[in-house]
Design a protein around this ligand. Structure first.
Ligand code: PMV
Length: 349
């Protein structure tokens, strides 16, 4: 039947891994399970405009605009991604697509937008599938399909389609969990964690010297890989228990060990590399001092880069903000940080 031109619009947040995904195989499948908090403020807004393609051509017809400006690099990557989806979505060849995307966080902040960006695009695609064919009868299937497509775009993006917390990877103790897509941690978050804070210290915004893709690849030759994958499986399991019970001290212990283990894996790769900066370490020392002095449960984590995420309960927000302002901003480029929280997940706009 006739397809009228239309548009689909989603806002998807980013996420921060509590137990890290590091190492993959096959078509973007994880070597170990991981678990994350979905954020609230750091998000990508994406509009997917579609119309019937009038001129037949090779591949997928797509143009990508970032903040209103045509972006050649992202257009090429998005076209490749959509072409890789043709076995699942052959109809993409029959359409002309225009994607407008923008991030709610500053462009220059050195914050990766691949998780929120791929999640927003995946949600637009599943909504397009529903528009062209039929609505999913089971909403869980809708989210699982979006998570699956997001994973094919960027592994960690598959955890961004749910609010609260999400698990990606098969865990024996978690029915329904899968390596193919993430599942939500429904009813599994103690009240303390439902409005947890995540303040992101912008230590440096220089381009990282080794991409995540290359980093995952180096895990194949890492001598500690097998032990690491087993550890991450145990820790994802334990983190689920900790999140349900509200144990903020054990949460923090696991969180910081995960951050340091991730970077230790980089340092023990061949060739070895370092993504943390001197200011990352100075800030970590201050955080440890702060905890020793105040006994307050403020802990850090890291992504594959130098920026620190500070996680803490809402009840200590005033003390945390003062500590950041007085002692940590000095280690940040431009004295800046992003205040974020655990969020409720993507929204159709
Ligand atoms: O999704 P990728 O391929 O960019 O990998 C990201 C991996 C970490 O952010 C370091 C950890 C994680 O689980 O998000």
């Amino acid at each position: 039947s006739e397809v009228r031109p239309g548009a689909l619009r989603w806002r998807s947040p980013s996420n921060i891994a509590l137990v890290k995904y590091w190492g993959k195989h096959g078509k973007q499948l994880p070597r170990n399970p991981s678990i994350s908090f979905t954020l609230e403020g750091a998000a990508t807004d994406t509009t997917l405009d579609y119309a019937v393609r009038t001129q037949a051509g090779e591949g997928v017809d797509v143009q990508l605009y970032l903040d209103g400006e045509r972006n050649e690099g992202f257009t090429v990557r998005t076209r490749q991604f959509l072409e890789s989806l043709l076995p699942i979505y052959p109809f993409l060849k029959q359409l002309s697509l225009t994607i407008h995307t923008s991030n709610t966080f500053p462009h220059s902040a050195g914050i990766a937008s691949s998780a929120s960006g791929m999640s927003a695009l995946a949600l637009c695609l599943v909504s397009l599938e529903e528009t062209l064919f039929a609505p999913f009868k089971d909403r869980e299937q809708y989210w699982a399909k979006a998570s699956y497509l997001a994973r094919l775009g960027s592994g960690s993006a598959c955890r961004s389609v749910y609010g609260g917390a999400a698990v990606w990877g098969t865990l024996a103790g978690l029915p329904g969990s899968s390596d193919e897509y993430a599942v939500p941690v429904r009813d599994g978050l103690h009240a303390t964690f439902q409005d947890y804070h995540d303040d992101i210290l912008l230590i440096s915004r220089s381009e990282k010297s080794v991409s995540s893709r290359a980093g995952h690849g180096l895990m194949e030759g890492n001598p500690y890989a097998t032990a690491r994958y087993a550890q991450a499986t145990r820790r994802t399991d334990e983190m689920l228990t900790v999140l349900r019970q509200g144990n903020v001290e054990r949460f923090g212990e696991l969180l910081e060990s995960e951050a340091l283990t991730l970077h230790a894996l980089m340092m023990s790769s061949h060739p070895p590399y370092l993504l943390i900066r001197p200011n990352t370490l100075s800030a970590i020392e201050r955080i440890h001092q702060f905890r020793a002095e105040t006994r307050l449960p403020l802990y850090f984590t890291l992504d594959a880069g130098p920026n620190l995420h500070l996680l803490y309960p809402h009840a200590m927000a005033a003390e945390a903000k003062t500590f950041i302002r007085e002692q940590l901003l000095a280690f940040c480029e431009d004295q800046r940080y992003l205040a974020d929280r655990v969020g409720k997940g993507p929204e159709a706009l």
